[in-house]
Design a protein around this ligand. Structure first.
Ligand SMILES: [Fe+2]
Ligand SMILES: [Fe+2]
Length: 146
């Protein structure tokens, strides 16, 4: 693959990731408003913390797309955001979306590896995957699944 083609593909995939981050921020903030019950407070706090992680991801990816010569997407990803009286249902949905994000970032990391002089981008994506994997672990812990 030519360098230009590879770059274009990376920009394309980063834009998909950016749209997922846009939606993830709204999803976590929206869900946080519908968490009720005796244990609500720490869960609400955690969901808002995760939303602020996703905001950092959004900003980083947007910046990286411009550095690569692309135009960042302003769209939302296609995940459907709804709410539930059942906290577990919302957490399960979040977990599913986090796993989709991890997979996409792993794919992007593989592409970035093939690009010369891409250590900064590689490091950023690598760090981002660590964040998303932490979200996965956290959601699994809240759901009491291994
Ligand atoms: Fe994220
Ligand atoms: Fe996440």
């Amino acid at each position: 693959m030519s360098k230009e083609k590879l770059k274009k593909q990376i920009i394309n995939e980063l834009n998909k990731a950016l749209e997922i981050e846009h939606s993830a921020i709204i999803m976590y903030l929206h869900h946080a408003e519908f968490v009720t019950g005796l244990n609500a407070e720490p869960i609400i706090e955690r969901l808002k913390e995760i939303a602020s992680d996703e905001e950092k991801h959004r900003d980083m990816i947007r910046e990286r797309i411009v550095v690569l010569g692309g135009v960042p997407s302003t769209k939302l990803g296609d995940l459907k955001i709804s709410q539930s009286d059942n906290i577990k249902e919302m957490l399960k949905y979040e977990l599913k979306e986090e796993l989709v994000a991890v997979k996409l970032y792993q794919k992007i990391l593989g592409l970035v590896k093939q690009l010369d002089n891409s250590e900064t981008l590689y490091h950023s994506i690598y760090h981002l995957i660590q964040d998303e994997q932490e979200h996965v672990e956290e959601l699994k812990r809240l759901l009491a699944i291994k």
